[in-house]
Write a protein that binds this ligand. Sequence first.
Ligand code: MSP
Length: 643
Amino acid sequence: MSERFYVTTPIYYVNAQPHIGHAYTTIVADVMNRFHKLLGYKTYFLTGTDEHGDKIVQAAQEAAMEPKAYADRISRLFRETWPKLNISNDYFIRTTDAKHVRVVQHILQKVYDAGDIYFSTYKGLYCIGCERFYTERELVDGKCPDHDREPVEREEANYFFRMSKYQDWLIEHIEANPDFIRPERYRNEVLAFLREPLEDLCISRPKERLSWGITLPFDERYVTYVWFDALINYVSAIDYPDGELFAEFWPAAQHTIAKDILKPHGIYWPTMIRSAGFTPYRHLNVHGYWKINEGKMSKSRGTVVAPLDLVPIYGLDAFRYFLLREMVFGLDANFSEDALIQRLNADLANDLGNLFSRTLAMTAKYFDGRIPPFGAEPEAPDRELRDQTRQTIEVYRAEIPRLGFHKALISIWETLNTANKYIDSVAPWTLAKEAGQRPRLQTVMRNLLEVNRTVAVLIAPFMPETAETMLARLSIPKKALDLRLDEDSRWGTLHEGVPVHKGEALFPRVETEKIAQLKQKGMPPKAGAAALKEAGMELISFEEFKKLDLRTGIVKHAEAVPKSRKLLKLIVDIGEERQVVAGIAQTHTAEEVVGKQVIIVANLQPAKLMGIESRGMVLAVSDGDRLSLVTTAEPVSPGLRVS
Ligand code: MSP
């Protein structure tokens, strides 16, 4: 029976749109999932959204929406973003799913029945504006930083989880399992925290204060604290307690997170699990933060980087490669487009792209585009190349499970460099000219083809599209997810006589100036914006939509605008007569639009086009060269509001 591997990302709050921080964690989990599949594990990969609590209520209020409708919308953005980044998740969980709610209530009841939840009064400093308690340390000059006013003393009765009871057990567990929390710096951070007495955790919120949450099964007046709800997703998704997936994949779980949420994952979650009576997860993998221009990513400073803005400009695999190559897992890293361009040009266009295209070009030239058999016996440089490749496979197998993604990539690039140098030193073009060197040339080219195939297999978890393209050109029509490291990287197993296809450059070079110019003209960002729109990411509230006054109208009169190829002047009946100038003359004559039923934006600011006043806009869609006027399915009266 094959081994099991279960990887999770945090479930993201639905109060922000996906950015590169979310993308990084999710791509890391994806690489781990794909890597374990490549090794033949049976895997399960979970991501999703965290939808309850104050934060979400606030964000929904700002968007003038009900929390559920708001959560539906942002959750969909996450769900629709991941396939565009080639994320191979098996399931997408939402904390508003009925199945999740059931499991949270089940665990609450279990922990309650075990005597680990008690009711008690809490006295603290409460900000009425924020509707929450503050600790002394969070206050600035004794005031709430958001409302600039002093909080009031308030007493509230709540339920508490007896976390303190599990402190000693947790310390022992972490000490007995050195890689329970990794890398080591985060394990040390948690242990340092556990040196102080652990306080019990307040796990309820009275409904009069917050009703957007999961009701406590033992007291209807309360909902549970959002972290007690959210962490349970990792088991509700796999049908805890009785489901087959739970039996199969728990405790083979690896939670992957950034350092911001170390405490809930390193302390709350294992103690909750212990109280509920099952085995803790296997690893907590904690990474650092992406910074922008050495600073924190911030909405107000406009430094939030959206992955779907970058992918249309640089390509998905270059983006995935950059994130995994640039960040040392566990440490912070800086994101900049310049650094991405440098890596793209040096590592991808030069090292990888050139090796592949040189190899295929020479195969085309010397062997009619067919894979040659091994010819002459291997010589020293051949052995060196093969040893290097073998060593890379070893490093790769060892490093990825211990989160050394950048080290695995560096090692692959050592093989690429060795192969590029091999070409320069054995100079196949010289062998091709020399009589009697054909067998040697066969061996050299075959070695190069084998290396390229191995590299394609090794990069598959990181750059699945590129891997598939490379393999297809070597006449290996396999999907990245169907590859198996042992079989598919075995040296010498390419098929002789099979054709290879040169194709275009894998990674065309990117010129910084060209990108800057295009951006100035608004081109690639437009592509990014278009991608965002496609993902439904440029959202407007219903309030904003309502500001648009769309009306039905009938064209009464039309005439061409002199000296303009595009414009027609129309008089449209929208309950009153409106003069509108429309850019539809290239596809519609004046005669043909008279009598047509149209839709007009009636409250557009008046504008002058070729000196003619236009008070509104006619809606049309362009499909390639064709322009079609928007109308209603049935004839209707003019002047009706479209909503
Ligand atoms: N909803 C909680 C998690 C509950 S898990 C049971 C939450 N959500 S979040 O939307 O704020 O996501 C936090 C996570 O997003 C981080 O742990 C990390 O995975 C990712 N990142 C957010 N910003 C990031 C960076 N600037 N850099 C790297 N990752 C970052 O917390």
